[in-house]
Design a binder for this molecule. Structure first.
Ligand code: BMA
Length: 314
């Protein structure tokens, strides 16, 4: 049986957006691109909040059902700290959260906007109240990073998106390995941006952290196409080998989700859907994404339908 058209696989929650800047208990410019974790039976969103200077920090929202009745911290949860961490000079952005069972903590990989451009930084937490910063793990320009929850042959693995300007600007997804989550090497390109007219021609970057399925590690990534009216951010899928995540098993030729509703089409940056987290519960994926760099929205999909679609569109 042919799987459903991509547009129908992820269904938008009818109450979208689930969180907007007016829901915050303090004044800010926008709230978007949230990492997500399940903590003590609750859904925790670590939200990127951009203040009215343009500098981003993180604030937590908690909900029992992950859909509504969000309880939002009364003040910023994690502010940039350029005095102790100079790499956070222009703010902290786009957290992706992975539970590391071996350590019993959540690893938060985020973009620190340094003097030299965006880089990848790491923090850890046992409770989403206290956070320990571990500083930069990749130099600029690099972002859109997340950890796998387990080791491969004794090493941790991370996906990330360095930018090269030779011979022209190239922004591909890379994979790197580490014995200790601090020292990284064995870097290699995993998913290159496609060229020409493709929907993911100009840039690609990881969206939520990789998700373990029976068929492989499921990757949802954003592809950027430069058009006459600016960048267009859409989402596609890939599958990585379970034992060797440096091997791409499948990659979708079409996008599966694209800006369509007004809260995705119009904002500080138009035509952007940008997820940083997802949760799998009873076979259903809950995808939390930023809409047009101004709000947080929710879409859901059946994991088996997502995998079937990828098989048909690879
Ligand atoms: C990317 C990231 C995201 C942002 C997106 C669209 O490069 O910086 O934080 O949502 O651009 O502006």
């Amino acid at each position: 049986m042919k799987s459903r058209a991509g547009e129908k696989i992820f269904r938008r929650y009818e109450g979208n957006p689930i969180i907007s800047v007016d829901d915050l208990p303090y004044s800010a410019n926008s709230v978007f691109n949230a990492g997500v974790a399940e903590v003590n039976g609750e859904t925790v969103l670590l939200m990127r909040v951009e203040d009215r200077r343009g500098i981003s920090h993180f604030t937590i929202a908690r909900s029992e059902n992950g859909i509504d009745n969000w309880r939002i911290d009364s003040k910023p949860t994690l502010l940039p700290s350029p005095e102790t961490h100079p790499e956070e000079l222009y703010g902290i952005e786009d957290p992706r959260i992975t539970f590391i069972a071996e350590e019993g903590y959540w690893a938060i990989v985020f973009t620190a906007f340094s003097k030299g451009g965006p880089l990848v930084a790491l923090a850890t937490t046992y409770d989403f109240k206290e956070f320990e910063r571990h500083g930069p793990v990749m130099p600029p320009e690099d972002k859109d990073a997340a950890l796998f929850p387990e080791r491969f042959g004794g090493r941790w693995a991370m996906l990330h998106r360095p930018v090269s300007t030779f011979p022209t600007t190239t922004a591909d997804i890379w994979i790197s390995f580490s014995p200790d989550l601090k020292h990284w090497g064995d870097h290699r390109v995993l998913l290159p941006a496609r060229k020409g007219a493709w929907w993911d021609a100009n840039k690609v970057g990881l969206s939520p952290p990789p998700l373990k399925t029976d068929l492989g590690w499921l990757i949802l990534y954003h592809g950027v196409k430069l058009t006459a009216s600016g960048s267009l951010y859409r989402l596609g899928l890939a599958l990585l080998d379970l034992k060797n995540p440096a091997r791409v098993v499948a990659r979708s030729n079409e996008w599966i989700f694209a800006p369509q509703e007004s809260y995705e089409l119009y904002g500080d940056v138009d035509k952007v859907v940008f997820p940083c987290g997802w949760i799998l519960a009873d076979g259903e994926l809950r995808l939390y994404y930023g809409g047009a760099d101004r709000c947080i929205a929710l879409a859901t999909a059946r994991l088996d339908e997502v995998l079937a679609w990828l098989k048909d569109h690879s």
